[in-house]
Design a binder for this molecule. Structure first.
Ligand SMILES: NC(=O)c1ccc[n+]([C@@H]2O[C@H](COP(=O)([O-])OP(=O)(O)OC[C@H]3O[C@@H](n4cnc5c(N)ncnc54)[C@H](OP(=O)(O)O)[C@@H]3O)[C@@H](O)[C@H]2O)c1
Length: 277
């Protein structure tokens, strides 16, 4: 892994986080190559990380054992077609982090028979606490799977799914998930304020409670349901709140929301592939 050359096409927010994570893991900066249409961004990244700059997307591809496609989804087809010949000649492992763009479309744009890992990171990856789903096509070797996983682990946890359809569920859980928690915290803070706390106190109590509960759940081998039951005394305050949630059918609402997000993910993937056929 240390000696492999990793190229990034698109040196924006997500590429920057991945590069930062890889360097923190001990990757040699000179073995990281970047190409981007924005020269100022490139030179600021070179100053910050001492990585190798490439003059073109094709040059980045030619330097790559692993090629990370990190442009916006709408720009991916153009980039893929531009580098098609270099990909076919060099045969790198291609990792796409573009949200919603399916492996079959990327493969077609790249000229087919390419080893592709499609990943779906989420926004907390920008602060190294992300959750990424990964899907590999049948050209990807075991060793390449391990490499892809190591790269995505540089910004958080990485989990594999067996079928690409499951990426829609990944999108609905971890991709869109941060917004669900932001909404919940927003509502908790507002309730605290309405009941008499000042804004800063309500915010701090809400955020630290979310963080503490998540840390407890991550560090425990118990199910969330068990942890919930343990902090719910019969006849107590928590029981009253949880009863109110159940009465309002919160679980049903969450299922409906996640299902709606997964359905939308499927529709958008279709559109991205069709629009750019
Ligand atoms: N940010 C997130 O939280 C997040 C979460 C999940 C997935 N993703 C995925 O990660 C990918 C990158 O997102 P991002 O937030 O890092 O976007 P970003 O900050 O906009 O970075 C994209 C970079 O690619 C450059 N670029 C555009 N066209 C190019 C081309 N033809 N050749 C080379 N470089 C080109 C852009 O330059 P200009 O700025 O000059 O256009 C920009 O520097 C997206 O596909 C997104 O779906 C991001």
């Amino acid at each position: 892994m240390e000696k492999l050359n990793i190229s990034f096409i698109g040196a924006g927010n997500m590429a920057c986080s991945l590069i930062g994570g890889l360097l923190a893991d001990g990757k040699t900066p000179a073995n990281i190559h970047i190409a981007d249409t924005n020269p100022e961004r490139l030179s600021s990244l070179q100053q910050r990380f001492a990585v190798t700059l490439c003059q073109s997307n094709s040059a980045a591809t030619e330097a790559a054992d692993i090629l990370v496609l990190a442009v916006k989804p709408q720009g991916l087809k153009q980039v893929a077609e531009e580098i098609r010949d270099s990909v076919q000649a060099k045969q790198p492992l291609v990792i796409s982090i573009a949200a919603g763009v399916q492996e079959k479309d990327i493969n077609r744009w790249l000229g087919s028979d390419v080893a592709i890992v499609r990943t779906m990171p989420n926004t907390p990856s920008l602060i190294q606490t992300g959750a990424s789903g990964l899907y590999a096509n049948d050209k990807v070797t075991e060793q390449q799977r391990n490499i892809a996983e190591t790269i995505m682990r540089a910004v958080g946890v990485a989990v594999w799914v067996d079928s690409e359809q499951q990426m829609d569920v990944v999108t609905a859980i971890s991709g869109s998930g941060p917004a669900y928690y932001f909404l919940f915290m927003e509502a908790m803070q507002a309730a605290g304020q309405e009941l008499g706390l000042d804004a800063e106190t309500a915010r701090l109590l809400t955020l630290q409670t979310a963080f503490g509960a998540t840390k407890m759940a991550l560090e425990s081998s118990e199910e969330c349901a068990t942890l919930r039951q343990r902090v719910t005394s019969p006849g107590g305050t928590t029981e009253q709140a949880l009863y109110t949630f159940e009465e309002g059918e919160l679980r049903k609402l969450i299922k409906q929301a996640v299902t709606a997000a997964a359905k939308r993910s499927q529709e958008l993937a279709q559109l991205l592939g069709e629009e750019h056929t």
